[in-house]
Design a protein around this ligand. Structure first.
Ligand code: ZN
Length: 273
């Protein structure tokens, strides 16, 4: 088990594993099409690929903060485990002050809900407005296949449940110690959060990668969950370069533990940080 806890300045950060999803290799795609994809499929084999689902607990001067909310209770006992981890730490739903959302996909936002009510009765939800605009637009929903539409319904339910407790967080704004960093492509408003510390900085980058080894080596490899494959790949390359150059510590919703990226041939490699 990799380290799930880190202290940066006066912030304590804990990675909370919500569950593991299993993705079919048929969900993989590549900017260069079949030719780009073939070597990855060969390496990965035919079985489903386990992908961790994380959310984050941060305790610091801003109070009790979550980044994303996991899937909550709606998807059965294999998910929503982050709620139990919070409970074990003595943190109840009404202890949470703020939630920063990276985007509105269900494994990030559905845990905000208990049926159609807010699971966190006091928390203020900070969200990227570009993402909410997209996920509340029925024309955009209708462009996607049925299986990719769940987040639109979740976004509508979150807006209703958190009426009066939703705060847009614009690009580059520092709030609660975190600077918001637009990382578009996976979703239009997909956003990372950078905690700038004196000795080290931590970027929590949401869904920049789902398969850290493969996608570090080849940033053009994507998944069907990326709404704009090419834009997601361009963002991935830029932000990995930036993280490597600045020696940032990186954590993500679908990569394990705390990592540093460094150049390795034409791509990058992740090392435990
Ligand atoms: Zn996502």
């Amino acid at each position: 088990m990799r380290e799930q806890y880190r202290r940066i300045g006066d912030h304590e950060i804990m990675i909370l594993e919500d569950g593991i999803l299993f993705a079919s290799p048929t969900l993989l795609s590549h900017v260069e099409g079949e030719n780009g994809l073939a070597p990855h499929l060969q390496k990965l084999g035919e079985g489903n690929i386990p992908i961790v689902v994380n959310m984050f607990l941060i305790q610091g001067p801003g109070g009790v903060i979550l980044i994303d909310s996991g899937l909550g209770g709606a998807q059965g006992p294999d998910f929503g485990k982050a709620r139990l981890l919070l409970k074990e730490k003595g943190i109840g739903p009404d202890d949470v002050d703020h939630i920063l959302l990276t985007h509105f996909h269900t494994d990030h936002a559905e845990g905000l809900l208990y049926e159609d009510r807010s699971y966190f009765p006091r928390a203020l939800v900070h969200y990227p407005p570009v993402d909410l605009a997209y996920f509340t637009n029925p024309e955009e929903r209708d462009k996607l296949p049925e299986a990719r539409r769940a987040a639109f319904a979740v976004a509508a339910r979150v807006v209703a449940a958190y009426a009066g407790r939703m705060a847009p967080i614009d690009a580059g704004i520092v709030s609660l110690g975190f600077k918001s960093m637009p990382l578009p492509g996976h979703t239009p408003g997909h956003t990372g959060y950078l905690l700038d510390g004196q000795d080290e900085s931590l970027l929590i980058w949401g869904d920049v990668m789902h398969l850290d080894d493969r996608q570090a080596a080849d940033t053009e490899l994507g998944l069907a969950f990326d709404i704009d494959l090419a834009r997601a790949a361009a963002t991935r390359k830029l932000v990995v370069e930036q993280a490597a150059r600045n020696d940032w510590v990186v954590a993500g919703s679908h990569i394990k533990g705390f990592n540093r990226f460094r150049r390795d041939g034409a791509g990058f490699v992740a090392e435990e940080a």
